[in-house]
Design a protein. Structure first.
Length: 669
């Protein structure tokens, strides 16, 4: 039975595009309920993709007691990460995935067919205005075609396989307005590299991004896919482009090249898209508004070993940085236009003798098209080394990894230290044109240098950012509360004043792979690596309040379950690592992002030397009103704030002890 509590009504406001798409794919909403940023909702995505991790998902799926997927038209399995690995163990895993897919009637794409994200675009699973998820962080890519793509963890994937749905908290949405036109020689990769380096203080961490502005109309779809792909590295949960004439023309042309009738991309689906174009309402609310003038951009390069560092091509070219390896691979920049652009740069030249240049198409279809126009063979004839369509060196697998002391330049999306090989190597990221030119030059440089010209000086970037500090007025009313779920959650705030407290700080790694750790021991070592006195300073009813990006790092679920073992039901932070947020709810630990609260406490305790501080402040989360009130030790209200609504679907997951418990209950119905 549900308990129904009344609250005062507030004005209804418009929705942004992200909220509108979630509205379409949310399930179990009260009649007339509009969803907004902050709300927890159950979602039934159009499609869910998993790759080499499909077997671990399948194992979890079967471990839940499931035997048949809920909707085999919803699920897609691709093999793309470790396709060069011909070991018996890997081939057995691949065989298990293929056999499972066949048994369940799931769409399956074998090793060599291509990278999962590219397949999702090519085959129309990720389609404009739908919600498509994947158990991979670069699901953001789908935003390049106006599909709301976002990553999920394996438990979520198993839940979707079993029940067709999982949950999502709609993140704050940042509008990124692109004005002006790109100068000659500046690409989509330069745009996202610039954004990652320009706004590198977590401005869009865990936000959904919507790209807008007249500058978008000049960006081809391949540029948009590259930009959306690397919003992941920028820290965002999605990167959504509008459905405009450029995108519609892209699909109209696709119809001419795809076998018809195609199940997802055909005249009917495109006609329906044209007739039902959707965009943000004029009164939609955005948490942040960033503006960048495309005309002020220059070719940029990420690194070394960080996407948060952007250097101009002009500066790095003048430093005469010798390279050992170059890469045109991955889901970021290995589409047909990228391969053609690299081939055009290389034409008439040879790869420098001391450079190894590796090339892999994003899919077998892309390679076939590149071969048809002569671009593929042109690159190979210049001395490049072909790899099968797949991820490979982008994630440190297979042939051509960076060795100790080597320098590489890549058209991929990540150059984290050690990701593409040795931790003692240096990795830079750049556009396909710059990568190809550098492979010929033997150093980091631009295409113009192949013609004896110098790289132009940089322009001054024109940018701005506005933060919306006002809590938006949203439709009010009551929040239903299920039996077994509290109408309010209360406790004293315990301050752990640090940013980026990682999962090893929360739950020490030495216990992670010991499966027999009792709950009491988990409670004892909770936060041990952050503060050895945490256990003695806290009690079960407390609420942890911490800084920004709490729970960053590895995906260990114990970072959430050890807090629960300590008897704590809620963690408050300025922001959370996305995987920690998902693992928390999946294990029945609630979280709230309240930046103003941590900022106030930091002022109050700025002179404290303690790692863990009992504040004497008490937080009450009124679930029925979706409101948080914080009082000080004297009972004075120091903060009153609306928060996202915790719908009954999400409450049900918590009541059932987490997502796995909820799935098991659903399967028993």
């Amino acid at each position: 039975m549900k308990r129904f509590l009344s609250t005062s009504s507030a004005l209804r406001r418009g929705q942004n595009l992200t909220e509108k798409i979630v509205q379409r794919y949310a399930v179990g909403l009260p009649q007339g309920k509009n969803v907004y940023s902050g709300d927890y909702v159950s979602i039934k995505p159009a499609h869910c993709m998993s790759h080499d991790n499909s077997w671990p998902v399948a194992t979890k799926f079967m471990g839940l007691g499931a035997t048949k997927v809920k909707d085999n038209r919803q699920i897609v399995c691709t093999l793309d990460h470790d396709v060069q690995n011909k070991s018996e163990k890997n081939l057995e895993k691949y065989s298990n995935i293929e056999n499972f897919a066949k048994e369940q009637g799931i769409d399956f794409y074998p090793a060599g067919r291509g990278i999962g994200h590219q397949i999702m675009i090519e085959e129309g699973y990720a389609f404009p205005l739908n919600l498509t998820v994947a158990s991979d962080s670069h699901s953001n890519t789908y935003g390049g075609v106006g599909s709301l793509g976002t990553p999920i963890v394996r438990t979520d994937a198993a839940s979707i396989w079993a029940t067709g749905q999982t949950w999502w908290q709609i993140p704050p949405v940042a509008k990124v307005e692109l004005v002006g036109q790109l100068p000659q020689g500046v690409t989509g990769k330069d745009i996202i590299i610039t954004l990652c380096g320009l706004f590198n203080k977590d401005e869009v961490l865990n936000h959904a991004i919507e790209f807008s502005g007249e500058g978008v109309a000049s960006l081809p779809v391949d540029y948009r896919l590259t930009i959306a792909n690397m919003t992941t590295e920028w820290g965002a949960l999605s990167g959504l482009f509008p459905v405009d004439e450029v995108l519609l023309d892209f699909y109209k042309q696709r119809i001419q090249t795809l076998p018809q009738p195609h199940p997802r991309v055909n005249e009917q689906t495109i006609s329906e898209l044209v007739a039902n174009k959707t965009e943000s309402d004029n009164d939609a609310v955005y948490a942040k508004h960033l503006v960048v003038d495309l005309a002020s951009l220059s070719p940029n390069i990420s690194g070394p070993n960080s996407v948060k560092v952007a250097n101009s091509l002009h500066d790095l070219s003048n430093q005469n940085i010798k390279i050992n390896k170059a890469y045109l691979v991955s889901c970021t920049n290995s589409r047909l236009s990228d391969i053609k652009a690299a081939a055009d740069v290389i034409r008439g030249h040879k790869i420098a003798p001391h450079v190894e240049f590796y090339v892999a198409a994003a899919s077998s279809n892309v390679q076939k098209d590149a071969e048809a126009i002569g671009a593929w063979q042109g690159i190979i004839d210049a001395g490049a080394k072909p790899l099968p369509a797949g991820c490979g060196p982008c994630i440190g697998l297979g042939t051509g990894l960076l060795k100790e002391g080597e320098v590489g330049i890549s058209a991929t999306n990540r150059n984290f230290k050690g990701r593409m090989g040795s931790k003692d190597a240096l990795a830079y990221l750049a556009s396909p044109e710059i990568v190809a030119a550098s492979a010929v030059l033997g150093k980091i440089g631009g295409p113009e240098e192949l013609d004896g010209k110098t790289v132009p000086k940089v322009r001054e970037i024109i940018k701005s950012i506005t933060v919306n500090k006002e809590a938006p007025s949203v439709e009010g009313g009551s929040v239903e509360v299920l039996d077994g779920f509290p109408t309010s959650i209360e406790g004293e705030l315990v301050l752990c004043d640090a940013d980026n407290i990682n999962t090893d700080g929360i739950y020490p790694g030495k216990y992670t792979y010991q499966d027999d750790i009792p709950r009491e021991k988990m409670a004892e070592v909770c936060m041990e690596n952050y503060d050895s006195e945490f256990n003695s300073k806290t009690k079960p009813s407390d609420i942890i309040v911490s800084g920004y990006n709490f729970g960053t790092g590895s995906s260990r679920e114990q970072a959430a379950t050890c807090i629960l073992a300590r008897g704590m039901k809620l963690v408050v932070a300025g922001s959370f690592g996305n995987i920690f947020s998902r693992n928390s709810i999946n294990n029945a630990l609630l979280t709230l992002e309240i930046p103003d609260l941590i900022d106030q406490l930091r002022v109050k305790y700025k002179d404290s030397n303690e790692l863990t501080v009992r504040t004497g402040w008490f937080l009450k989360w009124d679930v029925t009103k979706a409101e948080v009130i914080v009082t000080d030790s004297e009972g004075n209200v120091v903060l009153s704030q609306k928060v996202g609504e915790l719908g009954t679907n999400l409450q049900d997951i918590i009541v059932k002890g987490g997502l796995e418990g909820w799935v098991k209950a659903e399967l028993q119905k």
